[in-house]
Design a protein around this ligand. Sequence first.
Ligand SMILES: Cc1cc2nc3c(=O)[nH]c(=O)nc-3n(C[C@H](O)[C@H](O)[C@H](O)COP(=O)(O)O)c2cc1C
Length: 306
Amino acid sequence: MSNFRQLKPVDNFYQNNLFYPMPTVIISTLCEDGMTTCGSYSLVFPYYIAGKDNYAMLLECRNSSNTAQNILRNGKCALNFIKDDRKYFKEAVRLGFPGKTPSEKMKDCNFELIKGQAEGDRPLILKDAYQVIECTWNEELEDGYKSKEHIGELEGVEPPYNNFNGITSKFGCHFILTIDDILMEEKYADELKNGLKVGSFPPVPVDYGYHDSKNFWYKKFKGFLPTSEAIANSNANSVESVMYCAERLETNVKFTKEACEMYVKIPRPFMKAALLQIAQIAEENDISVIDKEAALKIAEIRKAKK
Ligand SMILES: Cc1cc2nc3c(=O)[nH]c(=O)nc-3n(C[C@H](O)[C@H](O)[C@H](O)COP(=O)(O)O)c2cc1C
């Protein structure tokens, strides 16, 4: 006998049928009159993470929300990740209450707003966020821009609907948001650069959505400190296995043993693709033999490309 009970998924299954840990994000958008307004969101996830010509996030929201209406209108938003602090979470819950106009919500807003760094007319960002992603809606995907015809229809949109970008149901909307830049609080940017330790992580609240109509549940960061678990076989590649892979690539570029030593930590499933990319950069830069010096130069080029 297993210890599971089978549940039938219902609307909003992520909070009604699951304990689903999510980030707490305040999304700032630009209203028609140029004012910045803020709404609370958790269904915000990385979407294009590699192998495309841009990086993107996915947002799932109510199509009548101020946030959705503003994104449909001008495409710009900032995803502000808040730190774990009772006063911030209280404000997130207040900003998450539906049916308020931007001016009603923003007149008492506790978050301090400042200018972001991406170009063009943009919403302000939260000064106290630990990270902010400035984004532009990719309205081309699935002809998402056609959803603009429904701006102002706040009582439910009639079909047809898109599948994944724009208005996707009577009350729902999905946005694929191209990442214009990532703003990271200085001290956490340093931690990312210098290698992570237990104390490197920003204190983040983890929320579980509305499990009843009275309370919005979340977990505080205190007592919930990050810890690490060594990745099995993370050092499994011997220099010989890297050389074996390098020698069998479809390229004329050669790798020296010294260079291969620099690649032993690349996880095995990604080894071939990584070496091919390295060889391709070498070809583009007229390098026929990748020795340690060339490997360092290529590493710089790869870093700049990212
Ligand atoms: C922490 C938190 C997370 C939320 N996440 C979402 C979400 O991911 N998608 C959504 O449609 N509504 C979400 N809500 C509800 C919205 O915040 C709510 O619809 C609100 O009215 C949106 O504000 P806006 O109309 O100013 O955009 C969340 C509420 C809270 C408090």
